[in-house]
Design a protein around this ligand. Structure first.
Ligand code: CA2
Length: 157
């Protein structure tokens, strides 16, 4: 019997709905709809289904991470790709949610946060993420989905 395809949840945090409309020198000209297309293609390549979401609200992102933990425990989710936007640098609550839900989560940034202002160089997510990708533009989302595809089944990495 063919196994049910696993889903990948791609979470986008505050202000990412503005992508492509402001600050193209930092974030490029592609919109969030273009990012969704990049993710959809990558998911098709690896046989995942895509669940693509954006919220400007911390609590909503936390609820979605809890949901992903339940889906992962049921064997239905390959993991989460999360661009938490500026909450990356401020949110102990997101740190606790990722840890509590025990999700495979890849932290993603479009820009190279380490080459920018000092406040962007601390992340509350990195200590509880499986890995971190930054500075590859919107193609970083495809790289993150590839990384989820390469993790061994049942891996706790
Ligand atoms: O590089 C990234 O992907 C960031 O996560 C983007 C966040 C920023 O706070 C992080 O330090 C790095 C900002 C997302 C807001 O995106 C905008 C896009 C266009 C115009 C204004 C904001």
């Amino acid at each position: 019997m063919t196994p049910h395809p696993k889903s990948v949840l791609v979470l986008n945090g505050p202000n990412l709905n503005l992508l492509g409309r402001r600050e193209p020198a930092v974030y490029g000209a592609q919109t969030l709809a273009d990012v969704e297309t990049v993710c959809r293609e990558a998911c098709r390549t690896y046989g995942f289904t895509l669940d693509f979401r954006q919220s400007n609200h911390e609590g909503v992102l936390i609820d979605w991470i809890h949901e992903a933990g339940v889906a992962q425990a049921a064997g239905m989710s390959a993991g989460v790709v999360c661009n938490a936007g500026a909450y990356t640098h401020t949110s102990a609550a997101l740190h606790d949610a990722i840890k509590g839900a025990a999700v495979h989560l890849i932290e993603l940034h479009i820009s190279n946060v380490h080459a920018r202002e000092a406040f962007r160089q601390h992340s509350w997510l990195s200590p509880v993420a499986q890995g971190v990708l930054a500075g590859f533009g919107v193609n970083g989302y495809a790289l993150a989905i590839a990384a989820l595809a390469m993790q061994p089944a049942g891996s706790k990495q």
